[in-house]
Ligand binder design. Structure first.
Ligand SMILES: C[S@@+](CC[C@H](N)C(=O)[O-])C[C@H]1O[C@@H](n2cnc3c(N)ncnc32)[C@H](O)[C@@H]1O
Length: 278
């Protein structure tokens, strides 16, 4: 049965109430711009491809780690309304936005305030763990803990599908996977097959809010060049992280060349023939 209930849970320990985190736009006061920014810069294609590649079926239990304002969760629910999706994020304001969006669309969603290193699920309870553009916000130690905890929470054969900056750099690109595009006046994405995802913004040099957001995009990108979080998400570190945690069949299934850098979509499976912790 499809539910339209929105549930909100706070799983932070008293110690975690003051635990710092890197918000979606780098600063909490920029959060109201996040969704417009994602739209204008063509990131919607990342959500749709990640949701499609995760191959989530009706009734499947899914946790979206670092869900922010719920874009990937909602892309999953748009494709499979009967999926049981939980979004996890430390940012309460982002979760509130996700709740509002889910309510407007009439889909059910559970939102949990918490951190990636403690996935809100019993052992072997999940069919899928998914995440988009969140792991580069998380420090190395927490990323390793996240990978091990995802393995714990997934059922044997369950899958992890993660989209994040990284993957093999594009020819001529830099070590952080940023493409070598000299000129930057489009908003589209190119996927790993050289095909352009264009959402109607490609020829729009725009004014007003869209214009401001493009400037903001350039600002964030130029700051990203010196951002240790972005620098940490280079090369095949995601594949290495998941392999070291004990996942099977870890591979980059697709990449999208975004103006901020290469976004790799990596899939991995919890092995069926081992017991977690054995
Ligand atoms: C760039 S946003 C991506 C949000 C969303 N997944 C999307 O693609 O639109 C990164 C998100 O990671 C979250 N985040 C930061 N530190 C985190 C942590 N330790 N655990 C879980 N999420 C975290 C931020 O609050 C933010 O919502």
């Amino acid at each position: 049965m499809t539910t339209t209930e929105i549930r909100f849970l706070d799983q932070r320990t008293p110690d975690e109430k003051d635990r710092p985190f890197l918000p979606g736009m780098g600063k909490t006061w920029l959060l109201p711009l996040y969704d417009a920014f994602a739209r204008v810069t063509g990131v919607q294609a990342v959500y749709e491809r990640t949701a499609a590649l995760a191959d989530i079926g009706p009734g499947h239990a899914v946790v979206d780690v670092g869900c922010g304002t719920g874009n990937l969760s909602l892309a999953v629910l748009a494709a499979t309304r009967e999926a049981r999706v939980t979004g996890l994020d430390p940012d309460r304001d982002a979760l509130r936005r996700a709740a509002r969006k889910a309510r407007r669309r009439g889909v059910g969603l559970t939102l949990v305030q918490g951190y990636a290193d403690r996935i809100p699920a019993d052992d072997s309870a999940l069919d899928h763990v998914i995440s988009s553009l969140a792991l580069h916000h998380i420090d190395d130690e927490s990323r390793s803990t996240f990978a091990r905890d995802a393995l714990r929470a997934l059922r044997p054969g369950g899958t992890l599908t993660v989209a994040d900056f990284g993957g093999d750099p594009a020819p001529g690109g830099d070590e952080a996977g940023r493409p070598a595009h000299g000129h930057d006046n489009g908003d589209g994405l190119h996927n790993g097959h050289g095909q352009r995802h264009d959402h109607g913004h490609g020829n729009d040099h725009g004014h007003g809010v869209a214009h401001t957001l493009r400037h903001l995009a350039r600002l964030v990108r130029s700051r990203g060049k010196h951002n240790p979080a972005v620098d940490r998400a280079h090369g095949d570190s995601l594949v290495t992280l998941l392999t070291e945690a004990g996942f099977d069949a870890v591979r980059e299934v697709e990449h999208l060349d975004h103006r901020f850098g290469r976004i790799a979509i990596v899939r991995a499976t919890r092995p069926v023939d081992t017991t977690q912790g054995a």
